[in-house]
Design a binder for this molecule. Sequence first.
Ligand code: BDP
Length: 328
Amino acid sequence: MQFMTPIRAAMAAAVAAVALTAPVHADTWRGWNIHPKGYPNTTAIEKFATDVDKATDGKLSLKVYNGGILGDQSDAIEQLRAGALEFANFNLGPMGPVVPMTDVLSLPYLFKSPEQMHHVMDGPIGKEFAAAMEKKGIVVLSWYDGGSRSFYNTKHPIETPADMKGLKLRVMNNDLYVQMVAQLGGNATPMAYGEVYQALKTGVIDGAENNFPSYDSSNHYEVAKYYSVDDHLILPECLCISKKAWDKLDPALQDEVRKAAIASADDQRKLWAEDVKKSEAQVKASGVKVNTVKDKAAFQDAMKPIYAKFETEHPEFKKVIEQIQATE
Ligand code: BDP
């Protein structure tokens, strides 16, 4: 036997180790998810991962990284576009800086209800948004529910815009949300989701805004005990694939992945409907004061200048805004 230098021996051992641990699958995909285990989106995207694994006989092996451990959404969008991540559940709010058309969806009070939002996104208008995202390297395979978002804070119930005065509120990364809070008299701070709990606790911010499932699962309800239902944002979410990964698949594999994604959105919407009720009951039982804003029109009226400014800056999106508003 030929004598091996220590370096060659170490290299041979390393090669053998790689061979032993190398995946049996042809391709391994990493998935980004901000939510914890048990959250509707987490259950649905994990099911998507196992379904794809099964349906492709292991040609694709998917692993979901929960709890935002791979970074905040704005970073994850860039990673997905670059092909460093292959799939993700994104909220369309922080998508605006990358895909300007999606800012339309962040206009407060655009949709009348989550049902109307689904109707729009599942139809031809949803396809237009998906096409705009695909041009930026993000392939939308299905739309998840994100419910409707309302304000919560540590100080007092919000009944009218006057109650927003001076409140320091965390918003997601999008200038439209800064404008939204400013129009209502508050001060907005864009901040990563994972930093909000601590910021509420230490008084760096007085509040934030979200749907009931996230208010509950993030434990923000433990510190910010006033949740005021004003439903200012109804934001779709997507199950997305990196175009770089998508384009490598042959049509048969694309078909399997798409089927699994559509089934995953069905699962998510069902789980979501249950969780909205469960989480509202849970936070109420823990002592949160939930109030429903009576005069929503006062909040909606305050948003008019945002629409005017947006439509002046983006006349190209005026038509889609009107089409959405005209859809039942
Ligand atoms: C949740 C969304 C998640 C966002 C989060 C937030 O599902 O995508 O990151 O809100 O407020 O409702 O950042």
